[in-house]
Design a protein around this ligand. Sequence first.
Ligand code: O2Y
Ligand code: MN
Length: 599
Amino acid sequence: MNAMPQDRSAPAASGSALPALNDWVAEVAALTRPDAIHWCDGSDAESAALIAKMQADGTLLPLNGDTHPDSWLHRSHPDDVARVEHLTFVCTSARDDAGPNNHWMSPADGHARMDALFEGCMHGRTMYVVPYCMGPIDSPLARCGVEITDSPYVVANMRIMTRMGAPALQRIENEGRFVKGLHSIGQLDPDRRFIMHFPEELTIKSFGSGYGGNALLGKKCHALRIASHQARSEGWLAEHMLILGLENPQGETHYIAAAFPSACGKTNLAMLIPPEGYRRDGWKVWTIGDDICWMRPGADGRLYAINPEAGFFGVAPGTSAKSNPNALASIQSNTIFTNVGVTADHQPWWEGIDNGQVPVTDWRGEPYDPAKRPAAHPNSRFTVSAKQCPSYSPKAEDAQGVPISAIVFGGRRPSLVPLVFEARDWTHGVLVGAAMGSETTAAATGAVGVMRRDPMAMKPFCGYNFADYFNHWLSFDKAGANLPKIFHVNWFRKGEDGKFLWPGFGDNLRVLEWMIKRVEGKAGAVETPIGALPKVDEINLAGVALSDEARERLFGFERDGWRAEFESIGSYLGEYGPRMPQALKDEQRRIAGALAAAS
Ligand code: O2Y
Ligand code: MN
């Protein structure tokens, strides 16, 4: 049983029928010395009590109850506003198992460093024990975890983002296994902040941050870094991908999973509204998930996917009735906003909301002064249940997942990369994913036009060596497999004048339609060494005004540029040394050879 007294302020189960869980909670309590322990059951009453407590101490500020019922504003510490990749570690016994794509520490050093920080850190606080399930509670693809945290704000977010509480605890007790996540906000001191992963022990320790991916341990830490490791040993894939369903006028739905680096509009694509003509014809887009996808082969050889999350932790700035009406509709009630500005009548406000209102208070709680800082922090967020999204698919709750017809990779490529191309086969597709990335902008790094590769958008999230990860991807191509086609898209191609050539947003559906036609064998393509490009007359561009330059750059193939790109891809693969799978190196050489031969 627990070493510490139970918090009686809200009804809660006290302890678990699983000795391993009770023992761990007792061990953590002995280390962190909280004043009270609260086992979360996920009930409405528990949530109401937690929210009342946070309102009383100023952690949550009420927003306008008429326009945004049951919605709250949280202001994080100004030094704690984003994920911290430089303080994020993967602690494997062998350094090479974490790979050059991760910061590494030995498990012994990692635990020692973290346990010193956790020592006595919950004195004066309540320790919350949060059982959660990533994925539909009855899904064989779902996996469970328990987050111990001293942040009630984290508990409130976990309740939205995961299936949290009694049903999850029940599943954990039945299965006897769970990911252990220990979190404390500490003193929110950036010099005493680390996010450490121990994949061999299915354990996460996070200290010193209360924000997003650093603190909601079900998300990036569990569902990507730990799960990617677990997926490798169990034969499935844990990916940084949205999942959407594309329904045609005949009522047939194809499911597409798509990986883009952070801040490339994944949430917008997942909630896409078809252009007017498509809507009239009966096309629909269904949202399954906007960030994470767990996939595994089914009995028919196809990949079946679930969204392990239950909510959206979306970027607020730029979200508007034009850019993402579904997101805007989702966040009209029951939403936690973090680090947005507010209007005089306490409505949330951010740059790009474009609703004719004006902010009076910025994200730090100071009078809004555009000369000083934006009203909303650029990484400000909304946390909301996926069930509030008008395009949320009932299939998202399907325990068996949805069959994936196409996998899409994409990045921000102002030059060279056409709007869309299709990989020749699975191995080529894995190479396309391994080579993807974005060209930097001055705002991001100070260096313009430098290619930052972000394989499968997993650079910050793969819990093991990328070379082994590519090998794992390649391993799915085996007898009996019926794998999705793989495509690459680039919504961000620019013209001579530096302006985007493709309208993006709803018009991206035209590209998705071409992909599905390819899957169904109903569209032709131009074969090139880099893959199959659409014949311009086989992609529906009715109503899209494209200049000759735009058509050439969006649908053309620039041999010289690709030759240089493939040299660069070869060097990149070489950075992973002898662990890089030979099949991927051979594929790079095959294409480089084809590019050279045709000169
Ligand atoms: O800054 C954070 O902690 C959040 S990062 C994030 C949140 C939701 C979805 N994706 C991401 C990401 O960085 O990929
Ligand atoms: Mn993400």
